[in-house]
Design a protein around this ligand. Structure first.
Ligand code: NAP
Length: 245
């Protein structure tokens, strides 16, 4: 049966690829975007439509409780209750801890972790009621190994891991699986901001010798969100080309 999927930050690099992957797998997809990216989200929807899929775009700041409530109400009204939630929206505000501004800490924790709490909570009730659901959150290898200049980001992504394992235990008996993906370096706007020397050094530490593509993360999300992954929950799947070995 056709499922309804919601992808937060669905207009960006990985989110866009995830939205397209879930649509290609026959799901109807709600593409969330934040301020000023309506055009990018509309392009994703157009691409879904031209491949024969169906979906909607929905604007919301996923760190804001009222926006999240409104987003779920809109998606439920237009497509039906969310069966598959992909918590993908995320930001970086890098800096060494001794120089980090509290605003940068708060912004990253809100966008990357508070959003996961808000959206998962909103998605869970109908999933539990229908005895089927998939929550897949995009963590990061930084959340597993830490990274210089990313204390805020790594803390938020480690938080996603703890959240995932806890909620997996809470709702497993109701047919809902909760998993995370920890990408390494993926070629998106987020990593294009890095200086060339950092990108080169990073590539040298990856067994496959290159950055990943958004669709290589998306195919892992597609699998975890599918019926085939029904017996996998509370896991963190590392998609990093063999970087954190
Ligand atoms: P990206 O291209 O910058 O996309 C990030 C997305 O998050 C954008 O669509 C952005 O929407 C959205 N977003 C930011 N703040 C939001 C908010 N408050 N409410 C709703 N949406 C918001 O970055 P990406 O590389 O695709 O990253 C996607 C996810 O993968 C993130 O969680 C990131 O931490 C994670 N990740 C990325 C890498 C990598 O190497 N790229 C590695 C590990 C993990 P707008 O554009 O509309 O603002």
């Amino acid at each position: 049966m056709t499922k309804v999927a919601l992808v937060t930050g669905g207009s960006g690099g990985i989110g866009r690829a995830v939205a397209l992957e879930l649509a290609a797998r026959g799901n109807r997809v709600a593409v969330n975007y934040y301020v000023g990216f309506a055009e990018a989200a509309a392009e994703v929807l157009e691409e879904i439509g031209s491949a024969g899929g169906e979906g909607v775009t929905v604007q919301a700041d996923v760190s804001d409780p009222q926006d999240v409530a409104q987003m779920f109400a809109t998606v439920t009204e237009q497509l039906g209750p969310v069966d598959i939630l992909v918590n993908n929206a995320g930001i970086t505000r890098d800096g060494l801890l001794l120089r980090m501004e509290t605003d940068d800490w708060d912004a990253v924790l809100s966008t990357n972790l508070r959003s996961v709490y808000l959206c998962s909570k909103a998605a869970l009730r109908p999933m539990v009621r229908s005895r089927w659901g998939r929550i897949v959150s995009i963590s990061s290898v930084a959340g597993l190994s830490g990274n210089v200049g990313q204390a805020n980001y790594a803390a938020s992504k480690a938080g996603v891991v703890g959240f995932t394992k806890s909620v997996a235990k809470e709702v497993g008996s109701r047919g809902v699986t909760v998993n995370a993906i920890a990408p390494g370096f993926i070629d998106t706007d987020m990593t294009r901001k890095l200086p060339d020397e950092v990108r080169d050094a990073a590539s040298g530490s990856i067994a496959l010798g290159r950055f990943g593509l958004p669709r290589e993360v998306a195919s892992a999300v597609g699998y975890l969100a599918s019926e085939d992954a029904a017996y996998i929950t509370g896991q963190v799947l590392v998609v990093d080309g063999g970087m954190a070995l």
